[in-house]
Design a protein around this ligand. Structure first.
Ligand code: ZN
Length: 315
């Protein structure tokens, strides 16, 4: 059984830049490339397997037709592959937004909800994010929003390389300029735009806002979901950090220096290399590579110096 490496997909965005090329070596379509969809089975862009006997098959088709790789019983398996991993390059601020939970997204968007979380790969100078708000309840939120008192309403947080943020559904948030982020999320493409700083496009048009839907899903008051992060020493050099474990996914950072055998005790793993290089089960893996560890592979033999972000589906 092989590790399943994926061919990334790139999305141009008005806020995107060129760091997916300069920092990660990806072959990007333009200097306004905002997103690398590293692992995705979403209908708006499914990544293909690029090695071995499943080469050329999309992750969507693999999920539908080879359930054994994901350790799923047919009756309890979700219809859609539940997770997605992206790398975001924000050259400019993203709009302030919020995502619905599963029930609302299913009813109004025929999509999953979008719980997400961010590992800050790199933050330049004074990079910030919007994370939460100051309103005590949704009436106060609406009142401040409709009166354009965004400075009073939105909470801005300075970010540093290596920071981590859990962003459950209903959380008001925005990635800020200068942030390079690895995002793990539910497999969803539903975003409600709340505020876009009054920016216009080349033709002088404002981007569409979705205020009513935003107000329907925003959680007020804001509750920070960041827990203390625990770093576990695996041996003299290597460490494992549990970044989050929530009802949708568990995300860990594994740093290996030297030689380590990492056990897969989950149904399957989604792995992104974010720094360094190593040989893993005989495959050369370097920063920017993403792969799936199928159910049949229980041990990862890692030799080298590498940082991996490892995602598991929640039980
Ligand atoms: Zn978001």
């Amino acid at each position: 059984m092989e590790l399943l490496f994926l061919e990334p997909i790139f999305k141009e965005r008005i806020w995107g830049g060129s760091r997916l090329k300069t920092d990660f070596g990806f072959d990007i379509p333009s200097n306004t490339t905002g997103e690398c969809w590293a692992i995705s089975a979403h209908k708006n862009g499914a990544t293909n397997i690029k090695n071995g006997k499943f080469s050329g098959m999309s992750l969507k088709d693999l999920w539908m037709n080879h359930k054994e790789l994901f350790g799923q019983g047919f009756s309890v398996r979700p219809r859609e592959f539940p997770l997605m991993v992206k790398i975001l390059d924000a050259k400019a601020d993203l709009s302030v937004q919020v995502h619905p939970g599963d029930a609302y997204a299913k009813k109004y968007e025929n999509d999953l909800g979008k719980a997400e979380c961010w590992y800050i790969l790199n933050a330049t100078g004074d990079a910030k994010i919007i994370y939460g708000h100051s309103a005590k309840n949704i009436e106060e939120f609406k009142n401040l929003a409709l009166n354009n008192q965004w400075d009073k309403l939105l909470t801005s947080v300075k970010i540093h390389t290596g920071d981590f943020f859990d962003v459950p559904t209903g959380t008001v948030h925005a990635v800020g300029a200068g942030a390079l982020i690895l995002e793990v999320q539910q497999s969803s493409d539903t975003t409600y735009r709340l505020y876009d700083y009054g920016r216009t496009d080349d033709s002088g048009n404002l981007r569409e806002l979705h205020l009513d839907k935003s107000f329907a899903v925003i959680k007020a008051p804001h509750k920070s979901s960041n827990n203390d992060i625990e770093v576990i020493a695996l041996d003299n050099e290597s460490t494992l950090t549990v970044l989050t474990s929530n009802k949708h996914f568990e995300v860990q950072k594994l740093f290996v220096q030297g030689n380590l055998c990492f056990m897969n005790n989950a149904k399957y793993l989604l792995v992104c290399a974010i720094d360094g290089e190593a040989v893993i089960n005989g495959y050369k893996v370097k920063k920017g590579d993403s792969f799936i560890v199928p159910n049949q592979i229980k041990d990862l033999d890692i030799i080298g110096e590498i940082s991996l972000i490892i995602t598991k589906e929640a039980n």
